[in-house]
Design a protein around this ligand. Structure first.
Ligand SMILES: CC(=O)N[C@H]1[C@@H](OP(=O)(O)OP(=O)(O)OC[C@H]2O[C@@H](n3ccc(=O)[nH]c3=O)[C@H](O)[C@@H]2O)O[C@H](CO)[C@@H](O)[C@@H]1O[C@H](C)C(=O)N[C@@H](C)C(=O)N[C@H](CCC(=O)O)C(=O)O
Ligand SMILES: Nc1ncnc2c1ncn2[C@@H]1O[C@H](COP(=O)(O)OP(=O)(O)OP(=O)(O)O)[C@@H](O)[C@H]1O
Ligand SMILES: N[C@H](CCC[C@H](N)C(=O)O)C(=O)O
Ligand SMILES: [Mg+2]
Length: 482
């Protein structure tokens, strides 16, 4: 493939050298470059990729895409200056793989919470309706039936397009993907041909990366701003910032709501610990989900499926068949009636939603919460998470999530700052997560509920750069002797 064919749709400010040079592969990591490749220099969070242009050329790069042209380069290397290398990478990756997103109906889901649930359920809806589909999500990627391990919520542009090419080749008509705020900001999704975008909500998270809540909103809004006129932009009208997402988009605008007039509506008629009766688009539907937040997720799924052309009569029975995603409000009952709930709540809002759901539905028992916060992530959410846990539980065991490079005890200390004074005697701190879970389950009596929050489907715990096998559900079952 010639370099100029990869540059379609990109505003090149300077092209030095032959744009007709043959390209073997695209790389944004100099360490992976080989003979005949093009290297895309991106400014990263920790280092500036421009510093590795020399190395990439030494390894055989014949093309360099950059924002700053280096002072000297050997002859025979074509240099292209662009305004945003990461944006260019998205377009180039798409062209390299033959624009697979143009051959499928692609829907992206963004929001602080609910992305995995919404995207996965849309994938299930398409499949239950007899269509081939692909999925890019935090828990797992799918190329049709085939599972592909996921390392990110939204992979990098090359991986996205390589997976989408496989989806198209497997006959997928649809692709559903999560678009994290990091991905929107880093333009991992540039060049993709979206048919629709969904916004779930925005609450406190990722301020380590975005710095301000305004910048976090802007990152998500940027995804909507860049949609084309043929796409739909579907937003949650009940979220404070829901309508902001529609302000500057060229896409067709739609809203969903459980509280006000909107294009798509839903009302919760009955709430149970293992089910919910919804009035969805005017029809009663029993679902296998719990929690008002899941009514929003289901409504978003239903609305997007309608916008994709699925008929109401076909959709309603499918909505009843859907089951929760792994590690999202998963219940495990002990032989003597203690209920453990494993949930991926790792933000203050998610924790508040899950604990409010539990308090609203529990019988007489007490609620014990085991919770930690991830290392190398937003520190300011730590005290807020502890405050929510204390306010909505009878007892709290503060513990580790994925400490990553941080000291586990220091993260717990950050959380402790949010424990109200009058709650101190109800709070324990146990660094070892397995011991924390064991202690909470030992404190519990029949009819009590133990929420184990934060890690959901994860089957590892990352400590000092090493991922150790760790699975909340497995540990609970072992302690319950199930
Ligand atoms: C903070 C963040 O988003 N980091 C992502 C980012 O890496 P980075 O900016 O740190 O890269 P860097 O190390 O500064 O390097 C800059 C550039 O120089 C290049 N380089 C670097 C070294 C070298 O020797 N040669 C070289 O060419 C790098 O390849 C890169 O292109 O770009 C990388 C390549 O795409 C990602 O793998 C990496 O994800 C890291 C591992 C990560 O943990 N990301 C998390 C925070 C993340 O993205 N999470 C969201 C979900 C969030 C949510 O819950 O909503 C996700 O989508 O998964
Ligand atoms: N619509 C929602 N509103 C608020 N909280 C939600 C919603 N849906 C799910 N949650 C809570 O957030 C947790 C994570 O849900 P989910 O995995 O669907 O979100 P996500 O946006 O994909 O998260 P991540 O950013 O980690 O990929 C759930 O376990 C639940 O506690
Ligand atoms: N996508 C989220 C997941 C957080 C999950 C939690 N278990 C943690 O490790 O902090 C993030 O990378 O911030
Ligand atoms: Mg997710």
């Amino acid at each position: 493939m010639k370099l100029r064919d990869l540059l379609e749709g990109i505003a090149c400010e300077i092209v030095q050298g032959d744009s007709g040079v043959e390209i073997h592969a695209i790389h944004f990591d100099s360490r992976k470059v080989g003979k005949g490749d093009v290297f895309v220099a991106q400014r990263g969070v920790s280092v500036d990729g421009h510093a590795f242009i020399g190395k990439a050329v030494a390894l055989g790069a014949v093309g360099v895409i950059c924002e700053d042209v280096p002072e000297s380069l050997p002859d025979g290397v074509t240099v292209v200056k662009v305004a945003n290398s990461s944006d260019a990478l998205g377009w180039m990756a798409s062209a390299y793989y033959g624009h697979p997103s143009r051959e499928m109906k692609l829907v992206g889901v963004t929001g602080t919470n609910g992305k995995t649930t919404t995207a996965t359920l849309l994938y299930e809806v398409a499949r239950l309706a007899g269509k081939q589909a692909g999925l890019l999500s935090t828990v797992c990627n799918y190329v049709g039936d085939e599972k592909v391990h996921a390392t990110h919520t939204t992979p990098d542009a090359l991986e996205i397009n390589s997976l989408m090419r496989r989806m198209v080749d497997e006959g997928c008509e649809y692709c559903f993907m999560e678009v994290s705020s990091h991905a929107a900001d880093q333009r991992r999704v540039s060049g993709l041909d979206f048919d629709g975008a969904i916004f779930s909500n925005i609450t406190h998270d990722h301020l380590d990366y975005h710095k301000t809540f305004r910048a976090y909103i802007e990152a998500k809004k940027g995804f909507f701003d860049r949609l084309s006129a043929k796409a739909f932009a579907l937003t949650n009208a009940d979220d404070k910032n829901g309508m902001v997402m529609l302000q500057n988009t060229k896409a067709r605008k739609y809203t969903y709501s459980c509280k006000r007039m909107a294009d798509f509506n839903c009302k919760i008629l009955e709430r149970h610990l293992d089910s919910m009766l919804l009035l969805l688009d005017g029809s009663e539907v029993w679902t296998k989900f719990t929690g008002d937040f899941n009514a929003y997720n289901l409504l978003a799924v239903y609305s997007a499926a309608r916008l994709l052309g699925f008929e109401k009569e076909e959709l309603l029975p499918v909505m009843s068949m859907l089951v929760p995603v792994s590690g999202r409000f998963e219940t495990i009952l002990s032989r003597d009636g203690i209920m453990a709930i494993v949930d991926y709540a790792h933000t203050p809002d998610a924790l508040e939603n899950v604990l409010s759901t539990i308090s609203g539905l529990k019988k007489d028992g007490k609620v014990i919460t085991v919770v930690g916060a991830g290392g190398d992530r937003d520190r300011t959410k730590r005290p807020e998470m502890a405050e929510v846990a204390c306010r909505l539980s009878d007892r709290v065991v503060l513990t580790s999530d994925n400490p990553r490079s941080e000291e586990p005890a220091a993260i717990i200390e950050d959380m402790r700052a949010g424990v109200p004074e009058d709650a101190c005697d109800r709070v324990l701190a146990i660094t070892d997560r397995k011991e924390a879970i064991r202690t909470a389950l030992m404190l519990a009596k029949p009819d009590d509920i133990v929420l184990v929050a934060g890690k959901g489907h994860e089957d590892y715990q990352e400590i000092k750069g090493v991922k150790h096998h760790f699975d909340d559900k497995e540990i609970i079952k072992e302690i319950f002797k199930l």
